[in-house]
Design a protein around this ligand. Structure first.
Ligand SMILES: NC(=O)c1ccc[n+]([C@@H]2O[C@H](COP(=O)([O-])OP(=O)(O)OC[C@H]3O[C@@H](n4cnc5c(N)ncnc54)[C@H](O)[C@@H]3O)[C@@H](O)[C@H]2O)c1
Length: 433
């Protein structure tokens, strides 16, 4: 059977179904579509389906109306799983968050796979792209194969391929970034290799699914630990009266053995605050306490509180009574509209709790609403920026590249910069925190 799949891939006659059209699934669909591969999308959120049908891409605020490949896709997006019956390959790109007790929650995938039981059959290829803990892909497959209908690698192919999507990053695009894949059997890996070679420049076959699962956690834990380290350096530098940005500038001149990471008000998004916890949770089950990983996660999530306290302390010390805050950048990192787990939002909540009037300016986020509705605002426009920043305390929460920081600075009385965007400005109304 793999022969027919492989020849379909080679001739681009393969039919790919993608479940979950979010930050990972939608760009993935677009990559296959660009290669003239037939893609069927299944998405649960009707708002997203409607936007796609209108040709609007909600990920990077790009409009796809004029692209012929996207026109075809508009008709192929639905919330109905039954359309997946006709697809050869199903790729799961569903969220893997933490639950209320801060433990890995793969229930969204599990529920989806239970639905797939009635739809998929022998000869289908199932790929998981969501980030999971080592062992989860097989666990999920067992749930799917509850009646032992399938023999892996023989009449059903299972693949895990971690996603390296980096929304907003123009430097490391998909066509430059290698893709890791791993299949249950050699045959599964071969299918994965050939499929992803259609859209990625280089495909790396990991030795097993568990290795591939673990490699994704290493990549993101590496970031979490290094961001934790540089955030700790920020706190230490602050205590010593040194500007941490100047320290990084000097250290990064070392051309071996050092990679600069940047401090900030904390970490956000769907990866860095979450993925290390998938590992620490698994280790707790194995009675091992992954100390370094846990400490850096905790440190990163405490940064918004540290930033908030620093601002309050400064305001008190300098008898600044203004109760107006303008936050510049509320997404969790630069050049994206993603506000999930954003530290800027955490800071906003703290100031709202203290009865501050908060406005925000973010060229990527048009509107933001807190779950408790305490905050439901639109980004102020560039034209009204002058009016707002006048009597406000400005906090730079995200370092978007397309913000005119000079313009923000002009006329602002006091700026707290959590991202070092003003590190080359020579003025005393900017406080680096
Ligand atoms: N965002 C990133 O930059 C990134 C990078 C690498 C890996 N990942 C991983 O990829 C996975 C997906 O992340 P994401 O950021 O794309 O999440 P997302 O929330 O942006 O997208 C998931 C989509 O799935 C939809 N959905 C939820 N339940 C569904 C169901 N039962 N059936 C169909 N659709 C459903 C949601 O409406 C949403 O549109 C996660 O495991 C994440 O950790 C994310």
């Amino acid at each position: 059977m793999s022969k027919s799949i492989l020849s379909k891939i080679k001739n681009k006659k393969i039919k790919v179904g993608i479940i979950g059209l979010g930050y990972v699934g939608l760009p993935l669909a677009i990559r296959f579509l660009k290669q003239k591969v037939n893609v069927q999308g299944v998405e649960i959120t009707s708002e997203k389906i409607n936007l796609i049908k209108k040709g609007i891409c909600y990920i990077e605020n790009k409009n796809f109306l004029n692209n012929s490949y996207f026109d075809k896709f508009k008709k192929n997006v639905t919330n109905d799983y039954s359309c997946l019956k006709q697809q050869d390959i199903i790729i799961i790109c569903l969220p893997t968050p933490l639950n209320k007790s801060k433990k890995p929650d793969i229930s969204i995938i599990k529920k989806s796979v239970i639905k797939l039981r009635k739809i998929l059959n022998q000869n289908h290829v199932l790929i998981l792209e969501s980030t999971v803990y080592p062992g989860a892909t097989l666990e999920i497959f067992k749930l799917f194969n509850n009646k032992n209908k399938y023999t892996l690698g023989r009449n059903f192919h299972l693949i895990f391929s971690p996603e390296r999507e980096n929304p907003g990053d123009k430097l490391f695009t998909y066509d430059k970034t290698p893709k890791v894949v791993s299949g249950y059997s050699k045959e599964c890996s071969k299918i994965a290799y050939n499929l992803y070679s259609l859209i990625a420049k280089k495909v790396f076959i990991a030795k097993s699914i568990k290795v591939a699962e673990m490699s994704k956690l290493l990549e993101n834990t590496y970031r979490s630990v290094n961001i934790g380290l540089v955030n700790e350096f920020k706190i230490i530098s602050d205590k010593l009266g040194i500007n941490v940005w100047d320290v990084i500038e000097a250290a990064k001149t070392k051309n071996f053995g050092f990679r600069p990471f940047h401090p900030g008000p904390g970490v956000g998004g769907h990866c860095i605050p979450i993925d290390p916890i998938y590992l620490t949770w698994l280790m707790k089950k194995k009675k091992y306490n992954s100390k370094l990983i846990e400490t850096s996660s905790k440190l990163n999530s405490s940064m918004s509180e540290w930033v908030y306290r620093k601002i309050i302390k400064y305001l008190k010390k300098n008898r600044i009574s203004s109760k107006k805050i303008l936050v510049v950048g509320i997404s969790y990192k630069k050049n994206t509209s993603d506000t999930r787990e954003s530290p800027s939002i955490e800071i906003i909540k703290k100031f709202l709790f203290k009865k501050y009037r908060v406005e925000f300016y973010d060229p990527y986020v048009k509107k933001f609403e807190l779950e408790n509705k305490l905050f439901n605002k639109r980004s102020i426009s560039l034209s009204s920026l002058k009016k707002y920043k006048k009597k406000s305390i400005v906090i730079v929460g995200t370092d978007h590249s397309n913000v005119n920081y000079k313009k923000i600075h002009a006329g602002s009385e006091l700026i707290f910069d959590t991202r070092g965007v003003y590190r080359n400005f020579k003025t005393n109304n900017i406080i680096y925190i």
